[in-house]
Ligand binder design. Structure first.
Ligand SMILES: Cc1cc2nc3c(=O)[nH]c(=O)nc-3n(C[C@H](O)[C@H](O)[C@H](O)COP(=O)(O)OP(=O)(O)OC[C@H]3O[C@@H](n4cnc5c(N)ncnc54)[C@H](O)[C@@H]3O)c2cc1C
Length: 417
């Protein structure tokens, strides 16, 4: 593969947190960088997420037994995981691959690949925040996962074992220790798992915006346009609604919208949106010192610069179906059970975002085989904030020829056949 020279022109498609981090590392390496996105930087999935830097989240979503555990949930519109009736046929091939990924040996390999991608991510986000002038925006507060009792914790034993086997610190604590860490948590939660190495971004959109501002100051060109096609004419040419742009390298970082851009190269990547929601409460009436996970409800409650963010749920339905505000309201109800003093504004702000998800819970990263200079950086699913800083380093390293292509084997776009 041909390595980029210092003055290579690199086009990054998509200015979410992943594209922004890729652009940052490419620019630091001395390349001319153009970021192309029809929307404002960080305004899509990277806008309203929970901001957690969860380097210890090494368990894929499809764990052994997933069929038994998830099938009932998918039919219930009020459960944390829902597939609307009209979307079953569309989702079926993806769901079959999802169930296949729960094979125990494969789960171990996926956990290894996630561990490799997240190694040092906390430190790298801290360094990035300092570089872009907002060191206060990345904090290592730890995260607290809450269970009602030991029986409930035992049901997740497999995923905790995967994490601990790979060196993640996860300390089981009792009810008194939970209340010492977080006095606002309900007595209904008797067992906790505290993960001291984890952290958070204190406001994801502000973090993305600071990164975009730093990129502009460093000379990166932002082009507000949609890439309609990526073609070869000696170099690469990006066909956009408003014109076309030449580049020696192209990085596809268009989140949940990335897959169609690869179809002309014979690749059908099974990328699906797992639509997630948040409720944002400006004046919650209580405080938390760290992100808290209500494990039974699959709800994440995170203190932010701008208030309390309650997020979670997985809804299938694709990119076009309108949001289902009821799913955001359900998050509020669940959070109030875990945090009885929580005051929900009469009309708390709610939001839906498209998590870009592959069935094996791994992103698509690295070169496209047979297409020198074409790179992928998308599909980070529930962990795109966490994985973004390292993705930037990996892609920039590979573009410069300093990272061997076999590093990307577990994440290859061709892995689905
Ligand atoms: C409710 C919720 C909570 C979450 N919580 C966390 C968390 O706590 N921690 C964590 O690590 N992750 C979390 N995530 C996941 C995380 O938000 C995503 O993985 C991440 O934002 C994906 O970033 P991205 O840059 O790949 O995609 P996006 O932010 O969606 O950016 C993709 C960009 O590509 C652009 N684009 C699309 N098509 C084109 C085109 N043809 N041409 C040009 N540009 C294009 C879009 O306009 C968009 O700006 C959460 C997600 C949700 C929904």
């Amino acid at each position: 593969m041909q390595a980029a020279t210092k003055d290579s022109q690199v086009a990054v498609v998509g200015a979410g947190i992943v594209g922004l981090c890729v652009a940052w590392e490419l620019r630091k390496a001395g390349h001319q960088v153009r970021l192309i996105d029809p929307e404002a930087p960080g305004s899509q999935c990277s806008y309203g997420n929970a901001g957690a830097i969860s380097t210890g989240s090494l368990a894929p979503l499809a764990m052994p037994g997933v069929l038994k555990n998830a099938a009932g949930m998918m039919l219930d519109p009020d459960s944390p995981l829902h597939v609307p009736a009209g979307y079953w046929l569309r989702a079926a091939p993806w769901l079959l691959r999802f169930v296949a990924a729960a094979d125990p040996a494969r789960v171990e390999r996926i956990a290894d690949a996630l561990a490799a991608l997240f190694e040092g991510a906390m430190e790298n986000h801290r360094a990035l925040a300092a570089e872009i002038g907002c060191p206060q925006r990345v904090v290592q507060t730890g995260q607290l996962h809450l269970y009602r009792d030991h029986g409930a914790l035992a049901k997740d034993a497999g995923s905790w074992r995967l994490r601990r086997d790979r060196g993640v610190r996860a300390e089981v604590i009792d009810a008194a220790a939970i209340r010492t860490l977080e006095p606002a948590v309900s007595e209904a939660y008797q067992v906790g798992v505290f993960m001291p190495e984890q952290g958070a971004v204190t406001e994801p959109f502000r973090y993305a915006t600071a990164l975009a501002d730093a990129l502009r100051a460093a000379g990166v060109v932002f082009t507000r346009d949609r890439v309609l096609g990526i073609e070869r004419d000696g170099n690469w040419r990006l066909r956009c609604a408003g014109g076309s742009h030449a580049a020696t390298h192209v990085v596809i970082a268009a989140g949940a919208w990335s897959a169609p851009l690869l179809r002309p190269f014979g690749l059908r990547v099974p990328l699906e949106s797992q639509r997630g929601y948040h409720l944002h409460v400006a004046q919650p009436g209580l405080s938390l010192s760290r992100p808290v996970v209500l494990a039974d409800r699959k709800v994440f409650v995170a203190p932010m610069e701008t208030g309390m963010r309650i997020s979670g749920t997985v809804e299938f339905g694709g990119l076009a179906m309108p949001p289902t505000p009821r799913r955001a309201a359900l998050l509020g109800e669940a959070a109030r059970e875990g945090l009885p003093g929580l005051r929900l504004d009469p009309q708390p702000a709610h939001w839906m975002g498209h998590r870009p998800c592959l069935p094996d819970s791994l992103p698509v990263l690295g070169p496209v085989a047979g297409q020198p200079g074409l790179w992928c950086a998308f599909g980070h699913g529930h962990l795109g904030v966490t994985g973004s800083a390292n993705t930037g380093k990996w892609i920039a390293g590979a573009v410069a020829g300093g990272i061997a292509p076999d590093r990307f084997a577990p994440y290859a776009p061709e892995r689905f056949g």
